[in-house]
Design a protein around this ligand. Structure first.
Ligand SMILES: Cc1ncc(COP(=O)(O)O)c(C=O)c1O
Length: 360
């Protein structure tokens, strides 16, 4: 066999691989609960299961490529024209399309760090250069520093609100001030994957912000509050040129019929879904207060997870949690993120955190 391999793009070298949250059944122990991927612990609502099962009967057919029913449901739900909506294979799929549409070699993409770990990966795949702006000491986006980082080469800026993995938010006044400083030809992506968990009234709804700002695009997902992570469906709301670019860069038939129908059914069962989200928010309050009571510093979280900055104790903390029966998401040398899950899982996490704290 020849030694010559197919030529691959140099940009692919050194791309960090996306680390999915570890599954609950770890090879080296019987951890029972997965708190490592910010999933929803509730099973799909009954109507969702029925529509998904019905869609399964037509698996020999391609899905509706235009996602007609879902688009029209979303347009009604958010009061936006269907021409302003673009669906994709999870919001991370849509984020990748946004990069394809805006950025390439020589261009720059700004985001806070630490933030969602897909940003560096999809930026590097596009060939553009990542410009990471450290979070403030309070673990919040430093929007002034992000605006200062804009150059002639900047094409796209991610603002993750709430931020994954810290759960922290940027509020209306600071976001508006930041957007006023961004040149109109630079796309700002408000990644609102955890929007439904926000209870702070000062955090703006991106869909209100985008209306009179043609360079703002909002990303939402059915993976978190709506509990459809396994089906891969997310969407963007943006003005027509951006939404049209997303349709051009979409993988044809990328969103399965099952995902489309389940998303529609979830939107129709929203009252019940939001009841579940409310319970998770109550659990979040309980977990944060308990952790603080144990002496931990916990940043204010508006998402379905909590963040502890642990530095070089991160791996030990994660191992202690796993031994106790919950898998959390460690970021080596930095800290760990734990999803708010079932009450029993949260209790085990709190007990593990308390025991670890006492050993310090
Ligand atoms: C901030 C943020 N954006 C986007 C996503 C992607 O979600 P999905 O591709 O499942 O819609 C995630 C998932 O963890 C996330 O944390």
């Amino acid at each position: 066999m020849s030694e010559t391999n197919p030529r691959l793009r140099a940009e692919l070298e050194g791309i960090p691989t996306y680390k999915p949250g570890k599954p609950a059944a770890a090879a080296d122990g019987p951890a029972a609960y997965k708190l490592s991927s910010n999933e929803n612990p509730y099973p799909p609502l009954p109507g969702v299961m029925e529509s998904a099962l019905a869609a399964a009967g037509s698996f020999n057919r391609y899905p509706d490529m235009a996602c007609t029913a879902l688009m029209s449901e979303l347009a009604d739900r958010f009061g936006v024209p269907t021409s302003h909506i673009a669906t994709g294979t999870g919001s991370v799929g849509v984020a990748q399309q946004l990069l394809q549409a805006t950025s390439g070699p020589g261009d720059e993409v700004i985001y806070a760090w630490r933030s969602f770990e897909a940003y560096p990966i999809i930026t590097q795949v596009s060939g553009a250069t990542s410009v990471r702006v450290p979070l403030t000491d309070g673990e919040v986006h430093d929007l002034d520093a992000m605006a200062d980082a804009i150059t002639d080469r900047t094409r796209l800026i991610f603002v993750c609100n709430p931020n994954n993995p810290t759960g922290t938010v940027v509020r209306r006044a600071e976001l508006e001030r930041f957007l006023d400083r961004v040149p109109k030809d630079v796309l700002v992506v408000l990644d609102e994957a955890y929007r439904e968990f926000i209870r702070d009234p000062e955090v703006p709804d991106g869909i209100e912000i985008y209306r009179d700002r043609p360079n703002v695009c909002v990303l939402r997902t059915f993976s978190k509050a709506y509990g459809l992570a396994g089906l891969r469906v997310g969407f963007a709301v943006a003005h027509e040129p951006v939404a049209a670019a997303l349709r051009k860069t979409a993988v044809p038939f990328g969103v399965s019929q099952l995902a489309q129908d389940a998303a529609v059914a979830s939107l129709r069962a929203e009252d019940e879904l939001m009841g579940r989200v409310g319970s998770l928010v109550n659990e979040r309050t309980r977990v944060v207060e308990a952790l603080r009571g144990q002496g931990w510093t916990v940043p204010e979280t508006q998402a379905n997870f909590v963040w502890l900055r642990l530095g070089d104790r991160t791996a030990d903390f994660a191992a202690a949690c796993e031994k106790a029966g919950v898998v959390v998401r460690p970021f080596a040398g930095e800290g760990m993120r734990a999803t708010i899950g079932e009450t029993e899982a949260n209790d085990i996490f709190l007990q593990a955190a308390e025991a670890f704290r006492k050993e310090l």
